[in-house]
Design a protein around this ligand. Structure first.
Ligand code: SF4
Length: 584
């Protein structure tokens, strides 16, 4: 189908829950660098689009990565990507603002620029009349460097206060160069042109020269009080992956400090929305959809969550929380979830053995997991999904097999009590080291080793019957680790992947293997992807993302890493009293 026709049909099916503004003189296209159905399920994208659109000076539009069946039109060079609402060429806008939640979408940023006929490299756009390329979102909070050569300006942090400031400064100046100097003073802005990385003989980042105004350190922005802003679904469409839900953001950050989890460190300190505002949003949402999706890192700890679930059920709806920490599920919450008709609940022990859960600071015992599973099943939630990671630092084979032992115990208990049990799914994801976590220095485990462990676990789970194993490919995790821990030189690898038309985990993996071989044989100027994926970063080395100040001390992350080695846990956050990590 011709892309424009599809966009118009999609617009006709959307339900917009706010008054759209007619728009001003600044034309901005807010881009989600993946497909429409994923972008419209992303609250961050919807919120940022609304912030831009709320400015009376701005005429805001949207754009997405074209669907797979539309891509060929662009590859053959016949089509140029146009915006979603107005069908305007992307190259005609004043600003293209990418909202990037996942680092794996960095590759799509290049594809979109290419499809729009815009040179991907900043240096190729210099002095020519192209839109300013801006990027924000949780992926760039962590590490924007892999796309630093393609973007004019990053906004690092939460957008509610930063974007209006950015727009007002943008409006006060003229010309890209003047604007960049002016915009550099907006707290949270990062202008990569002002930074020149220097590498040592071993290929590690040695230093970064800065030639912009003020300090080279970028202060990531967070809003203090979430209740000043509402973040809920603004545009509904059944085509979204959460098409049957009205989404309500309940919190940002997480109090538990799991050592692998970026959300638990980058959004510190934890902020919850007031229960009354969540109930009010849920009530508003129920006029549109029967299911309220509660969004945040961990939902069982949200103050008043059982009452919220109960209020939703009393009004004929159902609450669907994103993830629940097993020991925080109260009987009242379990009961409300079951009463609402939740057939399935996801619990995330993350690791099978007690020892590994101490390493990752899960603060969760086997008894608590078994109790939670028993309670959920007892209340009538028939299907359980357990989320585990594999290839974690310090992991041994017995820790992997302990996943099967834990699931076996859940089944044994259910059978002993004659509790109805539908399906049990074990979702297994390779560990991907993330910047700004205590495991940022650790490598991803070798893909072959992960495959061996998955096969070992699969065989053990097969003995249990009734359990489905859903294992993510280590090839996908390899690419994710490269963009997660990469420096600016990864940009050239992304260009090669884009030029090769790599679309999907398989082709990306094969191209990365080829690049690795060429690097080993000295046949290529590109860096070896292994350098960013399978290498231990040393504790004294300058990390590509160190120029961002996340307000969490590096020594604290290192101390947490050492505690992991000694299998020592840290307590959860106590924001009233604690100041240990620097965020409060
Ligand atoms: S200072 Fe303490 S309470 Fe605040 S985010 Fe850090 S660890 Fe959590």
């Amino acid at each position: 189908m011709y892309p424009r026709k599809r966009a118009l049909e999609r617009i006709a099916r959307e339900r917009v829950l706010y008054e759209r503004s007619p728009g001003g003189d600044i034309s901005i296209c807010v881009i989600y660098p993946n497909h429409y159905r994923l972008g419209m399920a992303n609250l961050g994208f919807q919120a940022i689009f609304h912030i831009f659109e709320s400015d009376p000076n701005v005429a805001a539009d949207r754009a997405f990565l074209p669907d797979a069946d539309e891509r060929e039109n662009f590859r053959s060079g016949g089509e140029r990507l146009v915006s979603f609402e107005r069908g305007r060429p992307l190259s005609d806008f004043d600003i293209l603002a990418f909202s990037i939640s996942f680092e794996t979408d960095y590759l799509n940023v290049l594809s979109i620029l290419k499809m729009a006929g815009i040179p991907t490299r900043r240096s190729e756009r210099a002095g020519r009349n192209f839109p300013m390329i801006v990027a924000g979102g949780s992926a760039v909070f962590l590490n924007p460097e892999p796309i630093a050569d393609f973007v004019d300006l990053f906004l690092i942090g939460e957008g509610e206060e930063m974007v209006p400031e950015f727009l007002s400064r943008w409006n006060e100046t003229r010309g890209l160069s003047n604007r960049l100097h002016e915009l550099a003073t907006v707290e949270g802005s990062y202008i990569p042109e002002f930074y020149t990385p220097v590498y040592d003989d071993a290929g590690r980042l040695a230093t970064v020269h800065y030639r912009g105004p003020g300090s080279a350190q970028v202060n990531r922005r967070l809003i203090r009080d979430l209740n000043r802003f509402t973040t809920s679904s603004l545009i509904l469409t059944e085509e979204s992956v959460f098409g049957d839900m009205f989404l309500v953001e309940a919190s940002r950050g997480c109090q538990w400090g799991c050592r692998f989890c970026a959300a638990g460190f980058m959004y510190r300190p934890i902020r919850y929305r007031a229960p009354e505002s969540l109930v009010a949003e849920a009530e508003r949402g129920l006029t549109e959809r029967n299911v309220i999706g509660l969004v945040g890192a961990e939902m069982a700890s949200v103050p008043g969550v059982a009452e919220i679930a109960s209020a939703v059920v009393d009004r004929g709806g159902r609450l669907s929380p994103s993830s629940l920490k097993a020991d925080c599920i109260s009987p009242a919450l379990a009961s409300a979830l079951a009463r609402g008709g939740n057939q399935s609940v996801t619990v995330a022990p993350e690791a099978g053995s007690e020892r590994m859960r101490k390493v990752i600071n899960k603060n969760l015992t086997e008894a608590e997991i078994l109790h939670a599973a028993e309670m959920m099943l007892g209340k009538g939630v028939g299907n359980l999904k357990f989320y585990f990671m594999i290839g974690l630092p310090e992991e041994r084979d017995e820790d992997v097999l302990a996943i099967a032992d834990l699931v076996a115990k859940v089944l044994e208990r259910a059978r002993a009590r004659r509790t109805r049990i539908g399906s049990v799914t074990v979702s297994l994801n390779p560990f991907v080291p993330k910047p700004w976590t205590p495991f940022q220095w650790d490598p991803m485990e070798d893909a072959r080793s992960i495959k061996r462990k998955v096969a070992m676990l699969r065989a053990r789970l097969a003995r249990l019957g009734q359990v489905e194993l859903d294992a993510e490919s280590p090839r996908e995790a390899y690419f994710q680790t490269m963009v997660s821990r990469g420096d600016r030189r990864v940009g050239a690898i992304l260009e090669r992947l884009e030029a090769a038309g790599c679309d999907g985990a398989g082709p990306i993996w094969h191209e990365l293997v080829q690049i690795h071989r060429e690097a080993e044989s000295g046949d290529s100027d590109l860096p070896d992807p292994d350098f960013f994926v399978t290498r231990h970063y040393t504790h004294d080395e300058l990390l590509p993302w160190d120029f961002i100040d996340h307000h969490v001390y590096k020594w604290f992350l290192l101390a947490e890493r050492k505690k992991a080695h000694h299998e020592h846990q840290s307590p959860p956050c106590d924001v009233e009293r604690c100041t240990v990590c620097g965020a409060c």
